[in-house]
Design a protein around this ligand. Sequence first.
Ligand code: NAP
Ligand code: ZN
Length: 350
Amino acid sequence: MKTTNVKAFGTAAADADLKELDINRREVTANDIEIEILYCGVCHSDLHTARNDWGGTMYPSVPGHEIVGRITKIGNEVTKFKVGDLAGVGCLVGSCKTCDSCKKDLEQYCSNGWVGTYNGEDKYLGGHTFGGYSEKVVVEEHFVLKVPTNLNLAAVAPLLCAGITTWSPLRHWNVKKGSKVAVVGLGGLGHMAIKLAKGLGAEVTLFSRTPEKTQDAKDLGADTVVISTDENQMSAVAGEFDLIIDTVPYVHDINPYVGTLNISGTLVLVGYLGPLDPFLNSVPMILGRKSVAGSLIGGIAETQEMLDFCGEHNIVSEIEIIKMQDINKAYERMLKSDVKYRFVIDMSSL
Ligand code: NAP
Ligand code: ZN
């Protein structure tokens, strides 16, 4: 298959810095779209993958799954896009399209394995997929999104992961006007969860370890901020919430949050991946028909729904634009929760 050489930024090992490298992108096939990447958001999953926190990272690793850019080439069977259009690519670039999940627009739960934008199996060239920290990407039309043109394009990029990952549970658990929603952790996902829950009409509370974030949270739309290390503040919200979206990236005790769920309420983990420690206590779950659940990104149709909603409601991410060369510093700052509230790489700096 014909390929072109593209400049990218990635890492050769879990303990190495990211630096410039070359990768191959395929020439567009009949259903493909080539996008010149203008901006790419920086997700905590990029850091987890670059540093092999979850195991299974294939190197060299080129992260990035919050991509917006301009279409530079299309295959001859592409129907929904034309050269020159703006486009977005999120976490998904492939799935079987025939299994039950795919038929229900839940490509992220494809029974035959969805293809991640990075660290996925490259079905065209062999090897693994490379993400958005690069000049260009080539993606099958089905997995390309239309981005709203009335919003700041750089601030739209984080919607492609942070936005959809929080939108999907809000929609699945039917959040609407009057719902009581809480969000754990004010980072990239957390700040989008506040904005989107608010956009749907919910009453929103933020749980944070960081009292200094209180004013920002309120500016972003939170009605209430609870400092999670303060037991009095925690017991004041016992039994309150219909839905809690927990975005914390590392292992932590979720039992105190279960106590703040209302009867039949659900706590959805979207951040931490792995065994819980300490164990989950089933007593409040059984006595209050409460659930602890998980959720993975969102399907393509749902991502488009979220982007359209953001266009209509003027919702974008709060961003700090960085140059590609600053990515290693940005990762260090992200580990210290020193991000307001999403880094976005200006790809013209590569
Ligand atoms: P982020 O911007 O770094 O935000 C995480 C927030 O969690 C922090 O701002 C902090 O908020 C809070 N936190 C609590 N304990 C922490 C700790 N020990 N270290 C760091 N932060 C801590 O991360 P993100 O990009 O929002 O991603 C959050 C998690 O979601 C990551 O694990 C990421 O891999 C995962 N993710 C999952 C999906 C999915 O499909 N399920 C999709 C995308 C990302 P406070 O200061 O307010 O406490
Ligand atoms: Zn992400």
